[in-house]
Design a protein around this ligand. Sequence first.
Ligand code: PEP
Ligand code: MG
Length: 743
Amino acid sequence: MTTILERLSRVVESHVPVQVLDAASKTIAAEVDADSCSIFLKESDSPGLHLRSGFGHLAQGEVLKSAARAVAKEALDQMRPARAEAPPDSLLAVPMVLRGRPLGAIVAHAPAHSFSAEQERTLCAIAAHMVGVVESARFIEAVDNEDAAERYAGVHTDAGEPPGELVLQGTPASPGIAIGAAVFRRAFPRELARRDVSFLGKEPERQRVRDGFEKARNDIGKLQAAATSDLGEDQALIFSSHLMLLNDPVLLSRVEEGVDRGKTAAGAIEAAIDEFEGRLRGVRDPYIQERVEDLEDLCSRILGHLMVSKSQSPLLAQVVLSPRIAPSLVMEIKTRGAAGIVAETGSATSHGALLARSLGVPAVTGAPDVMRSVLAGDAVIVDGTTGRVVVRPSPESLAEYQQQAQDVERRRTEFIRYREHPPETADGVRIRLQANVALGVDIALAKENRADGIGLYRTEFPFIVREGFPTRDEQVEIYRKAYDSFPGGPITFRLLDLAGDKFVPTTGVGASASAFHGYRSIRVLYDYPHLLRDQVQAFAIAAGDRPLRILIPMVSSLDDVSRIRLMIESAIGELSGVVAQRQPQLGAMIEVPAAVELAADLAAAVDFLSIGTNDLIQYALVVDREDSRMTSPRDAYHPAILRMLQRTISAVHSEGKEVCVCGEMAARPDLAAFLVAIGVDALSVSPRAIPELKQSLAAVHVKPLERASVHILACQNATEIEAALRACMDDLPKAHIAPHGDR
Ligand code: PEP
Ligand code: MG
């Protein structure tokens, strides 16, 4: 049985773009048992809605059309489904919202029956998927419209002889070594296509065009499958704009005109896309402008197939350079198969960096001036462990790093042998070592590495890698996978923690110039309670009768806990059957200084606590996670931070509750050992870090570290603390335990 997502994806694949929305309307009507269905879209510069496409008589009859427009407007204004039931007609409208930005509404019409609650939910799910398709359709329209803009005059600079080796020091963001050719999110040196003179004749070149398009289509199929398995959810529509472009007769005819004028297939494709990019750059809509990258990507992909033998650089892998490391970029890079990432800004705790670690893509952030110092096609080495970026490496440097890359791989296999080992120190202290997860790959790895459950489930990523919010039912499917891997739990779901760098767009929910400070996380949920309701209901349904733990992020007062508790209770109370009786365990995150002060009171009010040191460091030391000029790996050794942690742990224990540390510092062997020494109950770390952490903890004696902790906490600065900790670790008798199975 195919899913609606697959059916919509087939619609996109098998129609020319101008027909896609009409064909989608027909599929949607069938899905919700409607006689007709229409899509109304908001005009960017007028308040009204216009009928963009439709199937059935709803699109024709004037009276019905105006009733449908009114109900569509109501749905969009209120951002929730709306109905108009005047027997014998019944209309159901659901809004389409792109990350908080109202796009339009889908209206279904049934003359003979009312729509059921189930049909309403289905239509909402469809609307979430249609957001991307609608935006792609608008984008293709802009591309195809010759009058949309002045032709863009591309400037192609001749950079002359490239300078020699250059070493940049950035922040290590995701370990490992990547060696590849530099790309700026566009992979192909397009001047090669412009210079291509190998014209074989009109028909052979037309055939090459068709081959290039076909191969690009196949690539996209594979990328969709890869994205689906990494994210652990269906991603059938994430490349809808690429697929629509490949079906666009306007693009194809422009390419064929080029061939008719004597251009090679590559040259004609490049010229047509260059022309289209020019048009898009003239369109005022910022969303359409963002899509220039889709065109560039598609162009690179086709040219890569057409010019493979002539253009191949000795380095096949690609290193992507970008001004910042947004989570969406990392996802995109991973699905496109790039080897490494270098970003000019960002720190090791930027969410993009966390995601790169999840996906095992080596990354360096905060690499100064990287965008100006590197030319496309330059060889680049990314050392994500030290933060070094070597541009245009000498043969010696290249050989050295190739050797290091092999060593990293060898060490990784060594760590993997520790998977089976229990997380235990040399003097027998058993540590609860849990996993921080965000994607499907994390959950699989957490299981492979024998994590003691999921200490932090960051639930934001499905919300930010797609165009629309996932529906409740889709969320249920996603969360259920965690229970499939960890049937007995514990699984700690964190409520949606939007904003900061986890909310990229310039409009919509979470938008704020300084989103890390102020309008983020539960404060956004207070304004959008339906997001919390759907998510909590999805947690409860996924859990069924299994243990359910919900963690509240960014708590800064006791009122936050009581307010969220009420919202959770009311969301669960709306469910029916046994899940409506659920009383989840409730936890609070300690990640702002106010929560440290209130730790004992918060502990009394909830069932468990979790310390988010990434944000705690940011807010306590006033260092923006996204600004590498301010952050330093040494921040985690700051005496104020370690003393805050120690105070929090003892305050929580005084209330008889347990506390976990789930920030990145918990994955550093020396700090992890110290946290254990000062009494933390659990550590929750990236699943990739688990084997290495097990190995290092197995070599540590906690008792002497416990005695040294008073002295360490009394140190005056981070340098002293780091040194004291290192000395202490060096002094500690090391035990060399062979991994489980070797003994
Ligand atoms: C933290 O702030 O330490 C944390 C674990 O949450 P996040 O990194 O997702 O903000
Ligand atoms: Mg946080």
